[in-house]
Design a protein around this ligand. Structure first.
Ligand code: HEC
Length: 398
């Protein structure tokens, strides 16, 4: 496929993925909020079987939503299910994963600085991560642990962190992050497809047949919904994480991911409490503080080698390194096959361009080693140190 068409396919898939993801998360947030805000109707409007009602105004109309304890006496002809948002999010996400990380495996999936995996082996690791994660998760939910939600959640958190640690030792850093997100996203979509929707179908069938619905299936579905609710915010971060080399490019990237997941889950918990009208003043500020603390403890330190005196770096050296290691891709006329234009518009041809990008170069090539991509141009540690010295010394053109 020409690199040009690949970009447009990428655009179409990513756009569709964001749209369907917003639709999925939007309905999920809405129904969670709805459920916790329902109130019993006033006595004059009490109906048998009605658990609660809610009034709202939106877009120029008034809405009254009614929730039944189990089901209305008679099911309406049209019943909306809300499942295609989840399926379409997974399908577009998986297609994007294949396009970016599997078709482009040599550049984006594997990284010889991390592990010597062939692109094919990298793809096998990635796909296995998705499948095995679902199988293990599903088995745990159905085991005796399923009846102890907090112990189950703690176990799942430890396993997800172990997955992040394992993938960080096998795949390129950003692919490792993305696969943790894809594994969680797969679990969330499979929860809808394999547990929640079948339980709803069973419920409809039972009511139509006039028998009581299967309580155990209902409980599993509720557990999976609860998990999906809490997993949303961590997954959202992972999906945009490729913009943040300071996270995935850090030596302890798996631990940073675990910390961010806790912050995301806590934030969601605060929203859930608030939806229920329960006040909590400390969770959100604590989550924000934890984010600041995480930023501070992961801040790169300029080691002695970088700040040593008497080591004036000449710009000629910097320019040579950038030309040799970076400009094959980051140029107005890239020479690397498969790179039709400077990635993300980062141009490093002229002195001015190099100087203007100095802070970003520091992040990706000196502190995190996420550039050159997969280190295809074979940049050495000495060269990184030299760039760091030049930039930390003020990035002055000499
Ligand atoms: C083999 C091609 C290639 C080489 C060589 C390369 N890069 Fe990149 N670079 C990329 C690609 C592709 C992206 C876009 C990644 C993405 O889509 O997020 C990128 C992104 C970047 C970004 C933007 C990061 C962000 O998220 O904002 C910077 C800065 C950058 N590269 C700097 C460098 C520097 C400095 C070097 C040399 C030390 C270098 N690159 C070498 C391919 C390359």
């Amino acid at each position: 496929m020409s690199a040009h068409l690949e970009q447009w396919l990428n655009l179409a898939l990513r756009w569709a993925h964001v749209i369907t993801g917003i639709a999925w998360i939007g309905t999920s947030f809405y129904f969670n909020w709805l459920n916790s805000r329902l109130a019993p109707p006033p006595p004059e409007r009490r109906e048998p079987g009605v658990a609660g009602e809610l009034w709202s105004v939106h877009g120029g109309g008034f809405y009254r939503v009614v929730k039944y304890t189990i089901a209305p006496g008679e099911l309406p002809r049209t019943l909306h299910w809300f499942k295609w948002e989840a399926y379409a999010t997974w399908l577009t996400g998986f297609a994007l994963l294949v396009l970016v990380y599997y078709v482009g495996a040599a550049s984006f999936l594997v990284d010889p600085q991390i592990a010597r995996l062939s692109p094919g082996a990298g793809v096998a690791v990635g796909v296995a991560a998705l499948i095995v994660s679902w199988l293990v998760y599903d088995a745990l939910c159905r085991s005796a642990l399923g009846a102890r939600p907090l112990a189950l959640a703690a176990t799942l958190f430890v396993l997800a962190t172990a997955l992040a640690w394992g993938l960080a030792g096998l795949l390129s850093p950003r692919a490792a992050y993305l696969h943790v997100g894809a594994a969680i996203g797969t679990i969330m979509a499979a929860n809808v497809l394999m547990v929640i929707i079948p339980a709803q179908r069973e419920m409809v069938a039972a009511l139509t047949a006039g028998r009581p619905p299967d309580a155990a299936r209902g409980e599993q579905a509720a557990l999976r919904s609860l998990h999906n609710n809490y997993l949303t915010l961590p997954v959202l971060f992972i999906m945009v994480s490729s913009h943040y080399p300071a996270t995935y490019g850090h030596k302890l990237n798996w631990a940073i991911l675990a910390a961010l997941a806790v912050i995301g889950v806590a934030t969601r918990y605060w929203f859930n409490l608030r939806n229920q009208g329960r006040k909590n003043v400390w969770i959100l500020p604590a989550a924000a503080l934890a984010l600041v603390a995480l930023a501070l403890v992961t801040a790169p330190r300029s080691g002695p080698a970088l700040s040593s005196v008497g080591s004036q770096v000449s710009f000629a050296d910097v320019r040579l390194i950038v030309a040799r290691r970076c400009a094959g891709c980051h140029s107005s006329a890239p020479t690397t096959p498969g790179i039709p234009a400077a990635p993300l518009g980062v141009l490093l041809d002229t002195p001015d361009e190099i100087r203007a990008n100095a802070p970003r170069i520091l992040t990706v090539a000196v502190d995190a080693h996420t550039m050159p991509l997969g280190n295809v141009t074979g940049m050495t540690v000495e060269e990184r140190v030299l760039l760091g010295r030049w930039i930390r010394g003020g990035a002055i053109l000499r």
